[in-house]
Each structure stands twice: as C-alpha cells, then as structure tokens.
Design a protein. Structure first.
Length: 361
C-alpha cells in the first residue's frame, strides 16, 4: 500500500462524511472543567458456562476486566490519562493506556503515549460501554495492534458533525518490544498508520470508517523480511424512537490482508496458535439491534460473520448473541449474553452463556 493510496482513502472518508469519536482509552477522559487528579476505573466480574468439545460443560467465576487509573488536567490545556489492567485473566497487571494530550484546540487534540488504536467503531467504544460482553470476533481478530505507542491527532468540526482520529505508532503492539542490544528503540523499522472518521449527516444516522496499514518485523524466526498488514472498515449507526423508546441498529464490516506471515489457530476456541508463512485475507461483519423496553432494561440481538478463509465456501464462522442489559444506576450494569456459535466447515459444541456485573468508579 503506497502513501498516495492511504491519502486517497482518507480523502474518500472525509468527503463521505461523522458525531464525536469515543474515548482514546478504556474509559472517558475528564471534562476540561475538572481540576486536579481523579481516580477512575471499573471492574467486571462474571460467571460463564461453556460447552466443551468432548461433550462436557465447564463453569467458572472470572474477571473480564479489572482496571484502575488516574486522569486529570494540568493548567493550561494539558490532559493526562493512565490506566492499568489488573485482571489475572488478562495476564495483568500491566500498563494499558498512558498518554498526555494537548487540548487547546477542539478541532486538533494532540496525544502522545500509549493508547487504543483509532480504528473501527467497536474498538473506539469504551470497554465499559460495550453493548455485548465481548467485542465482535472480526474486531478482536483484525484490529492489530489494538493498542500501541505513538502520536495521535483527533478532533471534531462543524458542531461535532465531523470527527476524526489519525495516529502513527510503532506497530509492535501493547507490550512494546525493545531491542535490548541497542539503545531501547523499538525493533520495528516500519510504523503503523491508524485512522477513523465519522460523520453525522442526519440526527438519527452516523456513518464512519477507517484504514490501518503498517509494516513490522516478521514473526517467523530468523526471517530478515518485514511483514505488512492492511485493514479497512466501514460502519453505520441508526437510532429511532419507537413507542417512546430508543431502537438502535449498528453494523460494521472489517476486512484485512496480511502479507509475509501470520498467526493461525488459537483465539480461544481450541487449538494452539501456529505461525504460518504466506499471505492471508480475512473479512467479516456484525449487526446489532437493541431496544430499550424500559429506561434501564435493554434486550439485544447480534449476528456475526467471520470469514477466515475467503478461498473456501466453508471458511466462515457465525455467532448469534441474545443479550440483556440491565442498569441498576448510572455506574452499575448487569449483562447477560448467550453465544450460539456455528462453524460452516466443522460444527463444534462451543456455545456459551455469560453473565457479567460491572461497577464503574
């Protein structure tokens, strides 16, 4: 992917027309009017029941996320944000987000540090505001790296009708890999470009999209070649009032290409990850429909399709999710999701029921 192609994609997104983007971290940043430091975080304990491939069942109490951090403003126009993932089920504790932002101009906020990749609608959404317990398979699989160290420029224009975020990062992921035999620089000579743009042409409609492209050191041992990674995504959000209640439909399509080498297998559905030399194309989408039958009760349905092998008519996995979101108050929520999974190539007994309690502080 040449630089002129990247610039062309950005121009198309800007012309296609965006509401303000979501948080750079995993929770909203403070208001510009807030002074001093503020402790932030949330915990997500849950209970899950899973089908096993041998026909049995497993059940367990776990933590999806357990995060604590600090954020605040420094006079004048400087904002800081740092948060740690403490859940042992996420191999914590480790530093998740840590960045400093210059916020003088709302149309061009400049952030430096480690932050969430500004790419795809669902990845841009704060973790404590996800509609389902887990992100879509295609988002978890193709948004790589989902966090990185670098520079980001973001902002909004035209009374928040247009929002954007562009970033340039190391491209080596959350736990940046350093060349200890050198001087501490990351071992990736290339960098990764991330982008997301969103327009709101009508009050009930939002349209967005983005691209992600970069080169990185090959994951094949002793290889002297660099791999390349290209992703693109488009999304649509609609919200209507039906019988005085909000009815929302959200959909997103993500596609990507890996050249050089990639990781196959794993992903939490059995099997160990395997490093494969070669090229790979993947794509997928999800559609979520939600309706608030009460102010604090929201049933939803999601359909996901993940095409991990476009060369085969059977290289597709489907997931259907029936869910219920219940808010005890503004800072606590209970989510219940049933995951029905269907594999076109080889059906597996891997359905799951999960209930999660979330408390924000």
């Amino acid at each position: 992917m040449k630089i002129n192609q990247i610039l062309l994609a950005i121009c198309i997104l800007l012309v296609a027309g965006i509401n303000r983007l979501d948080a750079q971290g995993c929770a909203p940043a403070p208001s510009a009017d807030d002074d001093g430091a503020k402790i932030i975080g949330f915990i997500q304990p849950q209970f899950e029941v899973k089908q096993l491939e041998d026909g049995g069942m497993s059940s367990s109490f776990t933590f999806n996320r357990a995060r604590i951090g600090i954020t605040g403003n420094i006079p004048y126009d400087v904002q800081y944000y740092a948060i740690v993932e403490a859940s042992q089920f996420k191999k914590g504790p480790f530093l998740l987000d840590a960045f400093v932002s210059y916020t003088r101009f709302p149309f061009a906020k400049i952030s430096v540090g480690q932050f969430k990749s500004p790419f795809t609608l669902e990845m841009s959404r704060p973790c404590n505001a996800l509609h389902t317990i887990y992100r879509a398979t295609i988002v978890n699989t193709l948004v790589a790296p989902d966090r990185d160290l670098g520079l980001m420029v973001s902002g909004s224009l035209f009374a928040d009708k247009l929002s954007y975020a562009f970033a340039l990062t190391n491209g080596v992921g959350l736990r940046n890999i350093f060349d200890t035999e050198d001087t501490g620089y990351d071992n990736n000579h290339g960098k990764t470009f991330h982008s997301r743009v969103q327009v709101s042409p009508l009050g009930f409609l939002k349209v967005g999209g983005g691209v992600q492209y970069g080169t990185h050191k090959s994951i094949v041992e002793d290889s002297d070649k660099e791999d390349s990674r290209f992703r693109w995504a488009v999304d649509l959000q609609t919200k209507f009032v039906v019988f005085n209640r909000d009815f929302e439909v959200i959909g997103e399509y993500v596609a990507g290409a890996d050249k050089g080498s990639y990781v196959a297998g794993g992903g939490g559905c059995g099997g160990d990850p395997v490093i494969v030399e070669g090229d790979l194309n993947r794509n997928g989408y999800y559609v979520t429909a939600m309706y608030k039958i009460l102010d604090n009760l929201q049933p939803l349905f999601r359909f996901e399709s993940y095409n991990y092998d476009p060369t085969s008519s059977k290289g597709v996995d489907y997931t259907m999710i029936g869910g219920l979101n219940y808010w005890l108050n503004d800072n606590t929520r209970i989510q219940a999701n049933y995951f029905y999974r269907a594999e076109k190539r080889l059906e597996k007994p891997n359905d799951e029921f999960t209930i999660q309690f979330q408390a924000i502080f």
